[in-house]
Design a protein around this ligand. Structure first.
Ligand code: CP
Length: 313
């Protein structure tokens, strides 16, 4: 059994079986981090290009470490010092990099659908590291892995996803993965920040944080994405925090063993209080460390799907 597709473009394209295979494989890779030499030869001789057109701390570092732990040769493409600054198009950049024979291209781009364009023109496997306001599949996979590790299973859990849903690729991928895995997903935020089609991702919608947090097993807060907001969606950050910020008092409404998640970067005092972000229920840094094992799993499985596609041709 393996992935049906050599690319990972979104959670929407994955079956439950494929999601579970990625999570199970990540479980095996997680123990590599406990060894004195944190390296396996799985991708020796393969080249991976990290093509980040948007800023990133966690995802970029996590992919790079995952690639190194799999013994791949990695190239970090620096957009700011590349010919992109001279006006080279995404397609031309991709075709030129493709002619250097990479096995995998990891791409983050501000435009939704950019990884799909690459997948259409490249022989290499393409992994979406976040595209515009569309999807961030490896974030959703590491979130699911973290919940599964903490809770044992995901089916039947109440997962509240709270914040700026309109601009969040994490929210889209998160709603899709948790509903596919059988959780009861409730999406919550101001009416101006919940897109009308959100319910189609398998989530119930609430405009009241207390309702969303009540009896939740998992409370996932989202960053207010000021850089993607062209207009004011709420009067002030202070009012946003009063109405939608996660505080210790609000966490008391959740189940006693509920966990707090955030994909990062956080706006402390806007969507989450510092005492909650750093408190005993927070698994925010655990999400980051799990990201490496999950990305090792994704890279390994897309490479395997690529190899079996080559054999069958
Ligand atoms: N969660 C996430 O995508 O963080 P970065 O933007 O730092 O990669």
């Amino acid at each position: 059994m393996g992935l049906r597709n050599k690319h990972l473009l979104g959670i929407a394209e994955l079956t439950v079986k494929e999601i579970n295979q990625i999570l199970d494989t990540a479980q095996s890779f997680k123990q590599v981090a406990t060894r004195p030499i944190k390296k396996v030869p799985t991708l020796r001789g393969k080249t991976v290009i990290n093509l980040f057109f948007e800023a990133s701390t966690r995802t970029r570092a996590s992919f790079e470490l995952a690639e190194k732990r799999l013994s791949a040769d990695t190239l970090n493409f620096a957009v700011s010092t590349s010919s992109v600054t001279k006006g080279e198009s995404l397609v031309d950049t991709a075709k030129n990099l493709e002619s250097m024979s990479p096995s995998i291209i990891v791409i983050r781009h501000g435009s939704s659908g950019a990884p799909h364009i690459l997948a259409d023109i490249c022989k290499a496997s393409v992994v979406n590291a976040g595209d515009g306001m569309h999807e961030h599949p490896t974030q959703a996979l590491l979130d699911a892995f973290t919940v599964r590790t903490r809770k044992g299973s995901i089916a039947g859990l109440k997962v509240a996803i709270i914040g700026d849903l309109a601009h969040s690729r994490v929210a889209r991928s998160g709603a899709l993965i948790f509903s596919k895995l059988g959780a009861n997903v409730i999406a919550c935020g101001p009416p101006t920040l919940i897109p009308p089609d959100f319910a189609r991702l398998g989530a119930a919608v609430s405009y009241h944080i207390d309702e969303a947090v009540s009896n939740a097993d998992v409370v996932m807060m989202l960053r207010v994405q000021r850089e993607r907001q062209q207009e004011a969606f709420f009067p002030s950050q202070r009012e946003y925090f009063d109405l939608y910020g996660l505080t210790r008092a609000r966490m008391r409404l959740a189940k006693p063993d509920a966990i707090v998640m955030h994909p990062g970067p956080m706006n402390r005092g806007v969507e989450i209080a510092s005492e909650v972000a750093d408190g005993p229920d927070s698994v925010i840094l655990e999400q980051v460390s799990n990201g490496i094992a999950v990305r090792m799993s994704v890279l390994y499985l897309v490479a395997a799907a690529h190899a079996s596609e080559d054999i069958s041709q």
